[in-house]
Ligand binder design. Structure first.
Ligand code: ADE
Length: 232
């Protein structure tokens, strides 16, 4: 999979050289490229923003650098059979969920455009739709200073679903949200610690009983912490 990220703060993404995603990049499973939007400006100050039409607080990202960046990146993955999926992190977008991560993990080429300030000129989204499928995606109902942190979260959630990135694929099945429930609690040695014992069933060796207990724990936790996921 290829992912191109466009940002005015490319160094935010330095952390993606670490851990599992760093290894996936080294091995070529994940071709992640981070670009500076200012490389597509042509004025001396490398300007990417301007005042909003109609007035109001803050600045808006200019359309021209975005269009040049998208033109170049949408056409550069020449081996790709599909048009790219162009993602703009935005608090005004659809909510990013595990199902969204699974959907994006199937795609050949993602382009992620990170806005800053009061956002990007609206016409950029219309133009991007001529180059690929556009998705405005929100991390949740709160406001970040820009799209970078949201993009990092999405890249990690999507990247770990690419076959070969997570060593033991079973660990992908047994985690929160994969089956619509929260994950069951985990314990390791020692079996008694600071007067707290590991639940007996986990030491019983009875695999059926362990599976049933874990399932009950998942349902109970979800009921208490995230009743919205149960939808009843
Ligand atoms: N940019 C600013 N806030 C955001 C959010 N909640 N999700 C995605 N991108 C954002």
């Amino acid at each position: 999979m290829r992912i191109d990220v466009v940002s005015i703060f490319p160094s935010y993404f330095d952390g993606l050289a670490l851990s599992l995603l760093g290894k996936a990049r080294e091995s070529g499973i994940l071709d992640l490229r981070v670009h500076d939007l200012r490389d597509w400006t042509s004025d001396r100050h490398r300007t990417v923003d301007d005042t909003p039409y109609g007035g109001g607080a803050g600045m808006v990202m200019k359309p021209e650098p975005w269009a040049l960046a998208l033109d170049e990146l949408a056409s550069s993955a020449s081996g790709a059979a599909e048009r790219p999926t162009i993602i703009f992190p935005s608090p005004a977008g659809e909510v990013f969920r595990q199902a969204t991560a699974r959907d994006f993990a199937q795609r050949e080429h993602l382009i992620i455009g990170c806005g800053r300030y009061e956002g990007i000129d609206e016409r950029v989204f219309e133009y991007a739709a001529t180059l690929g499928e556009v998705r405005l995606v929100s991390l949740g109902d709160y406001v970040l200073n820009g799209g970078e942190v949201a993009a990092m979260a999405m890249i990690e959630a999507v990247g770990r679903l690419i076959p070969g990135v997570v060593g033991n694929p079973e660990s992908l099945v047994e985690e929160s949200h994969e089956d619509g429930l929260l994950e069951y609690p985990s314990y390791t040695k020692p079996s008694s610690w600071r007067e707290r014992a590991v639940p007996d069933v986990l030491l019983s060796g009875n695999h059926g009983a362990i599976a049933a207990w874990r399932r009950d724990q998942q349902i109970e936790r979800t009921r208490v912490r995230r009743p919205d996921l149960l939808g009843d």
